[in-house]
Write a protein that binds this ligand. Structure first.
Ligand code: FES
Length: 571
């Protein structure tokens, strides 16, 4: 085994060694722990302000058990935790900031390997991005989904149920008192959202990338097997350090291609597009929007989970979890079987004997839940650098549509006018939202699935074409075109759209078009002015440096990695 990185701190027989060891001994560590055993960092996103990660101190204890058992020395440390539901203006504004915290916390400390504790949406990509920029042996451990919500005799899914019930309230079909009663029924255990939202999607991505032990994605947070997985992850990271199995050996081009295909198979969130591109950018794997189109768009969706389908993550676990899905993919030739995973085995070795116990939850490749259901990339004069649509969550009858634009200049403009009974809109219109991209919001909020006007809901309308430069919650659904790039606030053509223009969506042709002639667009462009920069602080730095959605919305100066070497002592 090569000399451990931590020995550059703890192995020194000089004044510096005294300093490095002496202060940490105040926690009661005996001297022999500094004898050259692997020091394992447990990167913890626990926070009471991140409800989905609220059980992570307990989870970390199980990881520590495993690290001790395998002869390592575990040291837990906190990093910025991003809670999707409480953090304003949007947790995505801080994904890159959190990734910087992770990167510098790992690089600056005497760590040989890292266990990443991830759960709520942005905590997974921020930790993977930061760790990838250091490239130490690293294993991912997700916190697990909540148990299925239960309300009035039926299942209730995180997020998805809120959108559905809210529309029922606005349509006058549900009483407000019932709506609030459902609050306590939806989220009744520890864990993250249990629909196939962004958290579950990203937990599946961690597993499909080979960055976790098999089974990571779906074991419920409160199931004893989640604790077992944590303990096994602790054991395994010590071996990974001994094998010098760094992240860059796992996160290969093949691993990302497996993840893109798996995202199609599970009906995963559109947010995975942005996060996977950003993670790939950190580890140095070229990945582009067109890879999602080429690899995923025509794949079938196998998993019948909300918001595309019916079931919840608990059901997916009991049906066989992601291993059963990956086996289906592998047998259909839609998996790079040799891709290495953190347990030292190929992904195929891990899943080739996985069993499916419920074919209504995990469909076979030959008889999928939905055909051609991956994330599809659209282009046209409205989105020269691309936009995405999640077909598994869209309405087939709207995939080829021509309609009059009803344009909202900002999310505030949308909120001010959408409930106005006099709003000139019908179900054939296309709702257009501007200035909600990475720079515009700023932070690219999940507002792309705009609620429909109440007067149309009362008529029984359940979906309309909606387009924007925003993102959409992974728990949301509808015929929603997202991530338009360049965004309006960066001067993209979306900025020039006006109410009354006609818009064409033609998914078969991969087209999103503003049907306005070039001369008119040029006239409008001459009158466009860029929004002012935020005055100071993180928002200022973010807006000045954030890349567009099709590049993963990372900061331009964070792309790439610097390894784990630290050149200087601190004293
Ligand atoms: Fe945390 Fe959904 S709010 S995962």
């Amino acid at each position: 085994m090569k000399k451990l990185r931590s020995q550059e701190w703890f192995g020194r027989q000089d004044k510096m060694g005294f300093l490095y060891r002496s202060w940490i001994k105040n926690q009661g560590w005996p001297h022999d722990l500094f004898d050259g055993r692997p020091v394992i960092g447990i990167c913890n996103t626990w926070s009471e302000l991140t409800p989905c990660n609220g059980h992570f101190r307990e989870l970390a204890d199980y990881v520590k058990r495993g690290v001790w058992e395998a002869g390592g020395f575990p040291l837990e440390f906190p990093v910025m935790s991003l809670g999707e539901t409480l953090l304003r203006p949007t947790a995505m504004l801080f994904r890159n900031l959190a990734s910087m915290d992770v990167e510098e916390s790992i690089r600056g400390n005497p760590l040989d390997g890292v266990v990443l504790l991830m759960g709520c949406d942005k905590t997974t990509p921020s930790l993977l991005m930061g760790a990838a920029s250091c490239d130490l042996p690293t294993i991912g451990l997700s916190g697990g989904p909540m148990l299925s919500g239960k309300f009035h005799g039926h299942d209730l899914g995180s997020g998805t149920g809120v959108w559905q019930m809210h529309e029922q309230v606005r349509a006058g079909e549900m009483k407000l008192a019932e709506f609030f009663e459902a609050e306590s029924c939806m989220h009744r255990s520890k864990g993250h959202c249990m629909t196939m939202g962004t958290a579950s999607t990203m937990a599946n991505m961690v597993e499909a990338l080979g960055m976790s032990l098999p089974g990571n994605a779906a074991i419920p947070a409160v199931d004893a097997r989640r604790s077992t997985l944590a303990q096994l992850s602790g054991r395994r990271i010590v071996q990974m350090v001994q094998e010098d199995l760094c992240m860059s050996r796992i996160l290969t081009r093949e691993a990302f291609e497996n993840a893109i295909r798996a995202n199609a198979a599970i009906g995963g969130s559109t947010n995975a597009v942005i996060h996977l591109i950003a993670i790939a950018g950190r580890i140095g794997v070229p990945l582009a929007l067109d890879d999602f189109e080429r690899l995923g768009a025509t794949l079938p969706c196998l998993v019948n989970l909300q918001p595309s389908g019916k079931y919840l993550m608990e059901d997916l676990y009991y049906a066989g979890g992601l291993p059963a899905v990956l086996r289906e993919m592998g047998e259909a030739g839609a998996l790079h079987r040799d891709a290495l995973t953190v347990n030292g085995k190929s992904i195929w070795e891990n899943v080739k004997e996985a069993q499916c116990w419920n074919r209504d939850v995990i469909h076979p490749f030959a008889a999928p839940f939905k055909e051609n259901a991956g994330i599809t990339v659209l282009r046209g004069n409205l989105a020269p650098n691309g936009a995405v649509i999640k077909l598994s969550a869209a309405s087939p009858h709207l995939l080829q549509h021509h309609g009059r634009a009803v344009v909202f200049d900002s999310i505030e403009d949308f909120h001010a006018r959408i409930n106005d009974e006099a709003l000139d809109i019908d179900e054939s219109c296309v709702m257009v939202l501007k200035n909600c991209g990475p720079r515009g919001y700023p932070g690219m909020a999940e507002v792309g699935n705009m609620p429909l006007p109440p007067k149309l809901l009362r008529k029984g309308v359940t979906d309309m074409v909606r387009i924007s430069d925003a993102r959409m919650s992974g728990t949301a659904y509808g015929t929603v075109v997202l991530h338009i790039s360049p965004e309006a606030a960066a001067g993209g053509p979306l900025a020039l759209a006006q109410s009354g223009d006609s818009v064409t969506l033609d998914v078969a042709q991969r087209l999103i078009r503003l049907d306005v002639d070039d001369a008119t667009l040029a006239r409008r462009r001459a009158q466009w002015t860029a929004p002012p920069l935020p005055e100071r602080g993180w928002e200022r730095l973010y807006v000045e440096h954030v890349q567009q959605a099709h590049l993963g919305a990372d900061l331009d100066f964070l792309v790439g990695h610097s390894g784990a070497r630290v050149a200087r002592d601190s004293h």
